[in-house]
Write a protein that binds this ligand. Structure first.
Ligand code: BES
Ligand code: ZN
Length: 641
């Protein structure tokens, strides 16, 4: 069936008329000036006759010169749009015909006004000796790294030569110096310039372009026999041992399992890079090299689900890529599959438990968007220039995963659903698609196999409610396995009932949570948030008795503060407001900014509700240490922007 894809309203580029197929980057990392300087040479193909210009997206780039087919051209850099940046247009030879290729080279530099790159001072790293640089291009910031047609509807290959005095990583395969050789090709780190060569022969969407440079070292994971990929971890030497231990089992095991369920891994390399704590996400599925927050190095592998999530994107997102408005196809599918792996490697109870924790996050997101019901939808049609960062929430993840879980049950369970999922991935591998293409394939999969009962089952689905529905409820509630949640709910209820009693009379002990996993503590705190606020005396006891107020696991710690700050005008809030504020900016002795937005944004928002002045003052002092993206979002949260 022919499906026409709508335009991507977040790009100003003319990718439908002439489209980049390959980019060659030649970059130098200038640590003194904090910029990447060099060139991007695009090979483009005309999609129609007589295209007059190439339009790239740029964001706060300093463009120096441009060439088309090796000849200097006069280019035009359009007016800066706050979200979309400036359109850069280069004239094309008038004779260009549909199907023919053309090269275009732009010399440029990045600037500090772009939000894709964070430049860290040595003090902000583990080693405190060398500076550090990393990119975050999703959703639409590849354009702040290079002129590019910045849309997930287009896929490109690339190669890169990057010179730096510190080791360089990219979302591609290392050509030289070899990853497994001596760090920095045996040269002196921090002093000698080494040119790193990378190649990404598999076409990827622009948001997967990534670079990092710093004192990062490599340690390989053992890979099951017969695999054609390698896998390992990169991080500063101070963290290498811990990071390797944390991920060495689950990374390769889950990658291999995903291969057996879906299809072979096709990027050749699956590495993870553990970044400094200002990294604003839990993980980012950059091709060949997932970027990770160090906050998931818990020492007990309790937070490895983030890696499982990111590696799952290799199929759902990086392989089959969603058109921007259909972003749920990336995150919903990935969240769903991540939990399928969980059920296979652990238990159905674990899968259900994961959905329960996600459910609370979904409800919170839906509530937050009560004034913006459009963002409660699975498919979000973005206006031209609308900021995708404003639409970012748990909705595509959790509504999406619940939708697929619902379809799984409608179709008769995993035995039916997983072979279909595999066919879906194989069918669209390498393409960018919209929801209609996904649904057409779903129907066709069962229709062409003569499985009429399944087709009938699909006809019972309220597609419109799932895909375009707003509001706080799911069209259909799924039933989750609650085995692991039951003891948690029982304990939460005991606390709820204890609220009226004097704290001295309470019979809670630390053994209440002795058998609890970290995730069960997470659910305990989530559940307490759904009750009336507890008095300060009880919150203090809860925090100290179970070690929640001092937990090194940020998933637990920030939720404890949310419980403590539940009623902004309470004594509990007065007491814990400043403690939470100190924690989030690392003034409590932990010395580390909690840069992952999942932790810092809700914490700042909660403190803000308690004491605006405190939130603003805390922010003013520490803002500079946060990632540009986190800065942008927190300033919105604190009504400063
Ligand atoms: N691709 C996302 C991160 C992202 C989304 C960055 C949109 C920028 C814009 C990544 O795969 C992700 O979902 N990360 C989660 C991990 C979690 C769901 C396990 C995160 O960072 O919290
Ligand atoms: Zn994701």
């Amino acid at each position: 069936m022919a499906v026409t894809q709508p335009p991507d309203n977040s790009t100003q580029s003319n990718y439908a008329k002439v489209a980049t197929e390959h980019i060659s980057f030649a970059w130098t990392i200038d640590w003194k000036e904090k910029k990447i300087a060099g060139s991007a040479t695009h090979t483009l193909r005309a999609k129609e006759d007589g295209v007059k210009e190439i339009i790239f997206d740029t964001f706060a780039l300093n463009v120096k010169s441009a060439e088309v087919e090796g000849k200097a051209v006069s280019y035009n850099l359009g007016k800066h749009h706050e979200v979309m940046g400036s359109a850069l247009s280069l004239p094309l030879p008038s004779s260009l015909q549909k199907g023919s290729t053309v090269t275009a080279k732009v010399e440029y530099e990045t600037t500090l006004s772009g939000q894709a790159l964070q430049w860290l001072e040595p003090e902000q790293t583990q080693g405190k000796q060398f500076p550090y640089l990393f990119s975050q291009c999703q959703a639409i910031l590849a354009r702040a790294v290079t002129p590019i047609q910045d849309t997930p509807s287009l896929k490109i290959t690339y190669d890169a030569h990057v010179s730096s005095i510190l080791p360089v990583l990219m979302s591609a395969k290392r050509v030289s110096p070899p990853s497994s050789g001596p760090p920095h090709g045996g040269k002196v780190i921090g002093k000698d310039v080494v040119t790193y060569v990378y190649k990404q022969p598999t076409a990827i969407p622009s948001y997967l372009l990534a670079i990092a440079s710093g004192n990062v070292h490599y340690r390989a994971f053992d890979v099951p026999e017969g695999k054609e990929w390698t896998s390992g971890v990169w991080t500063e030497p101070e963290m290498l041992e811990q990071a390797h231990w944390e991920f060495k089992e689950d990374t390769t095991r889950n990658l291999a399992l995903e291969e057996s369920v879906i299809m072979p891994y096709k990027f050749g390399v699956y590495d993870v890079l553990v970044l400094p704590p200002t990294f604003p996400f839990g993980g980012m599925e950059n091709a060949c090299c997932t970027f990770l927050t160090p906050s998931i190095i818990a020492g007990d592998r309790s937070l490895v689900d983030v890696v499982v999530h990111e590696l799952t994107h290799s199929w759902f997102g990086n392989g089959v890529t969603a058109h921007s408005a259909h972003y749920w196809l990336n995150e919903g599918w990935t969240t769903y599959m991540e939990r399928v792996l969980l059920s296979k490697l652990h238990s159905e109870a674990e899968r259900g438990f994961s959905y329960l924790i996600g459910y609370k996050a979904l409800k919170d997101s839906l509530k937050e968007y009560e004034d913006m019901p459009k963002y409660q939808r699975l498919i979000i049609e973005m206006e031209v220039g609308e900021d995708p960062d404003d639409a970012y929430s748990q909705v595509p993840y959790e509504k999406g995963a619940n939708f697929l879980l619902y379809l799984e049950s409608v179709l008769g369970g995993l035995d039916v659903f997983l072979p279909y999922a595999s066919d879906y991935a194989k069918t669209f591998m390498g393409q960018s698609i919209i929801t209609d293409q996904w649904r057409d394939h779903l129907y066709n999969y069962f229709r062409t196999r003569g499985m009429d009962d399944k087709v009938k089952a699909l006809d019972t689905v309220d597609w419109n409610a799932w895909l375009h529905g707003e509001g706080l409820a799911l069209p259909v509630e799924n039933k989750y396995d609650t085995t692991l949640a039951k003891p948690v709910y029982a304990l939460a209820e005991r606390w709820d009932k204890a609220r009226g009693k004097d704290v001295k009379e309470l019979d809670f002990t630390d053994s209440d949570v002795k058998s609890f996993s970290s995730n069960q503590k997470v659910l305990l705190l989530d559940t307490l948030q759904s009750y009336q606020p507890l008095p300060l005396s009880h919150v203090s006891l809860l925090g100290s008795l179970y070690g929640l107020d001092s937990s090194g696991n940020a998933e637990i710690r920030f939720r404890f503060y949310l419980v403590a700050l539940l009623d902004p005008s309470s004594d509990s809030s007065k007491h814990y407001g400043s403690i939470a504020a100190k924690w989030v900016v690392g003034e409590d002795g932990s010395g580390v900014i909690k840069g992952r937005m999942k932790f810092c944004r809700p914490t700042f928002r909660a403190v803000y509700k308690v004491d605006k002045q405190l939130a603003w003052e805390t922010w003013k002092k520490s803002k500079g240490g946060f990632h540009p993206l986190a800065q942008k979002m927190i300033e919105k949260d604190l009504e400063l922007a």
